[in-house]
Design a protein. Structure first.
Length: 337
């Protein structure tokens, strides 16, 4: 049987959630696939569950490695994947019904290298309950037609689990294994956008992402926050390279200003949500300013960002005024569009 799609699940200590994630994939009614369970040195009952699942369906393969992080696990999966297309699933998330078929048919019809879908986000509250965090889905968009800026604006945060990738376009591209605490998705996608503009965004929900209190999406330690600060350089380099490849010269300054705003807002959120100490905040802003100073930019970046939502407008203005600490006064509710 031909393998049309390889689904890679990087797994670590996911005994309580893995079966649900796998079942959401097996229920897709998409036969021509393989499911790669990459166990990243789990210390709970996860390995046993992986092998039980593989005995249930011959399309499931189990790959084991010493603990090296989510990027190394995804890269291990990429090294053995055989599908025409590749997608990713976290070990505590689920694909929504019909997602793989929708993504695959779009990729084939549009001759796209990348197809992104919308997603549902459920965040864990203080009471342990997961509640959906609503967001605008954007409009259907083709990068080669509507342009790079429009594609990013419509498709939202550049995660990898709500996207399908043509395997050929991934040759020579891997996740940065230094990113143990996030931002690897953004770097990975921007690197790909520097290679191809054959990308489509669909506003249809294809994936459900659960952000737990202990998720890597949330910085719980100084080590995690420092790691994200260290990843800002590779992220901005990938962003800048993609802009140079995808935008005409007349648009590069504007798009770069908007991506700078994205990084500034991201860092403000991280520092606020982690309640970072003053010394670490000073280090973070020195680092980002040094990184951004290496790229030419217009002085009035704030005015480029005012067309964005309130949080980006506020973040960019405070950054320009060197009053970043005031961003802590904004709540998540106040920063919504």
């Amino acid at each position: 049987m031909a393998i049309r799609i390889s689904i890679i699940i990087p797994i670590y200590n996911a005994a309580s959630t893995l079966q649900t994630a796998v079942e959401s994939i097996l229920a897709q009614e998409f036969e021509e696939m393989e499911l790669l369970l990459v166990d990243d040195g789990s210390t709970d009952n996860t390995p046993s569950i992986c092998h039980q699942l593989s005995r249930r369906d011959t399309r499931i393969r189990v790959i084991s490695q010493k603990n090296a992080g989510i990027c190394a696990a995804r890269n291990r999966g990429l090294s053995v994947a055989r599908g025409d297309y590749i997608t990713f699933c976290d070990d505590d998330d689920t694909f929504l019904p019909g997602a793989l078929q929708r993504l695959y048919e779009t990729a084939e019809r549009e001759q796209a290298d990348i197809v992104r879908g919308n997603y549902q986000l459920y965040r864990e509250g203080p009471d342990g309950e997961f509640r959906e965090q609503k967001h605008e889905p954007g409009m259907i968009c083709r990068m080669w037609q509507e342009g790079y800026s429009a594609f990013l604006q419509n498709s939202g945060p550049q995660f990898v689990w709500n996207a399908l990738y043509r395997r050929q376009i991934l040759e020579g591209v891997r996740f940065d294994e230094r990113c143990r605490y996030g931002l690897e998705d953004f770097i990975f996608n921007m690197t790909l956008y520097a290679k191809t503009d054959r990308a489509v965004y669909l506003p249809d929900n294809v994936y459900r992402h659960y952000e737990g209190a202990q998720s890597t999406s949330v910085c719980q330690t100084t080590q995690a926050l420092r790691a994200r600060i260290g990843a800002l350089g590779p992220w901005m380099e990938a962003e800048h390279s993609a802009i140079q490849s995808r935008c005409p010269e007349s648009e590069r300054g504007k798009v770069w200003a908007l991506r700078r705003a994205e990084a500034i807002t991201f860092l403000m959120h991280q520092l606020r949500d982690a309640n970072a100490p003053a010394a670490l905040r000073r280090y973070a802003w020195r680092t980002l300013r040094k990184i951004l100073s290496g790229y030419s930019a217009h002085a009035l970046d704030f005015w480029q960002g005012t067309g964005q939502n309130k949080k980006k407008t506020a973040a960019l203005l405070l950054y320009q005024l060197r009053m970043q600490g005031l961003y802590d006064l904004f709540t998540s509710k106040q920063c919504r569009k």
